[in-house]
Design a protein around this ligand. Structure first.
Ligand SMILES: Nc1ncnc2c1ncn2[C@@H]1O[C@H](COP(=O)(O)OP(=O)(O)OP(=O)(O)O)[C@@H](O)[C@H]1O
Length: 251
């Protein structure tokens, strides 16, 4: 089943056409990576999907429902969550409190106006469940400002998970994350595989080829290939346009 459908999306900044007639289908439960050189338009495309940026033309549908004209908050309500670039983590709050705020925002007044012990317990349990899925429950009581960069990224993932998404848009989750932290992050995403549709933008090709079911290659705003990691890796046009030597390292 297709959970997210993109048809003929286009966006220009002045004379620069940044996304150019992009059409893609994201299947339910799959990790679909979008790769491409710097400036190819990947982040712009994600912003068009999330509703942060209005497209010049084209259409986006979630589960068959046209959301092209919907705002970002309305798309979040339909299960589309974007992580990493719009999240504002409160540094003086604990990781649990940060995630609890996202749970509260998701459930609105049902948590806010009835401050019973039962509600607070439910709120904390939901937040802890999201932290567990992101592999950060052991740091629940730590203030966000004391987290490592990699842990901070996992907190942002937990905040996105707290919105109970059907589709997760991850924009370079591994940027600036190295070594063990990167391995932990990839392992966590592996565990989430199948639970949500994940659209993953990532420059770390080891991570992309380890995680993705489908890979699409964006070059100068146009999708030049879509397919399994193996098919994309051996596509001559992709090798010429983008992957080059990098592909050799992971082959
Ligand atoms: N708000 C904006 N106004 C003008 N130009 C923009 C804007 N946002 C992006 N661009 C330009 O659009 C092009 C694509 O940018 P985008 O960030 O989408 O690429 P990207 O593939 O995500 O790159 P990277 O891999 O480096 O993050 C770039 O040339 C960028 O300078």
């Amino acid at each position: 089943m297709t959970s997210l459908t993109v048809r003929n999306l286009t966006k220009s900044f002045g004379a620069l056409k940044v996304t150019d007639d992009v059409s893609l289908d994201f299947a339910s439960g799959e990790i679909h990576a979008i790769i491409g050189p710097n400036g190819a338009g990947k982040t712009t495309l994600i912003s068009q999907l999330s509703g942060q940026l209005r497209s010049d033309s084209g259409a986006v549908a979630i589960g068959g429902r046209d959301v092209t004209r919907l705002s970002m908050p309305d798309r979040v309500k339909l299960g589309l969550a974007r992580s990493f670039q719009i999240t504002s983590v409160l540094p003086g709050f604990t990781t649990l409190e940060n995630v609890a705020l996202a749970v509260q925002a998701r459930h609105g007044s049902s948590f806010r106006f009835f401050r019973t012990v039962a509600n607070e317990t439910a709120l904390n349990e939901a937040a802890l469940a999201a932290l567990r899925e992101a592999g950060l429950d052991h740091r629940a009581e730590i203030r966000a400002k004391s987290l490592s960069h990699g842990e901070h990224r996992r907190l942002e993932l937990a905040i996105a998970l707290a919105t109970e998404p059907k589709i997760l848009l991850l924009d370079e989750p591994l940027a600036g994350v190295g070594g063990e932290d990167a391995d932990t992050f990839v392992a966590n995403l592996q565990k989430l595989k199948g639970k949500f549709t994940i659209v993953l933008i990532e420059h770390d090709m080891d991570a992309v080829f380890a995680l993705a079911d489908q890979v699409s290659v964006l070059v100068y705003g146009r999708i030049i290939a879509t397919g399994s990691p193996e098919a994309v890796r051996s596509d001559p046009e992709v090798r010429t346009a983008y992957l080059g030597d990098e592909v050799g390292e992971v082959a």
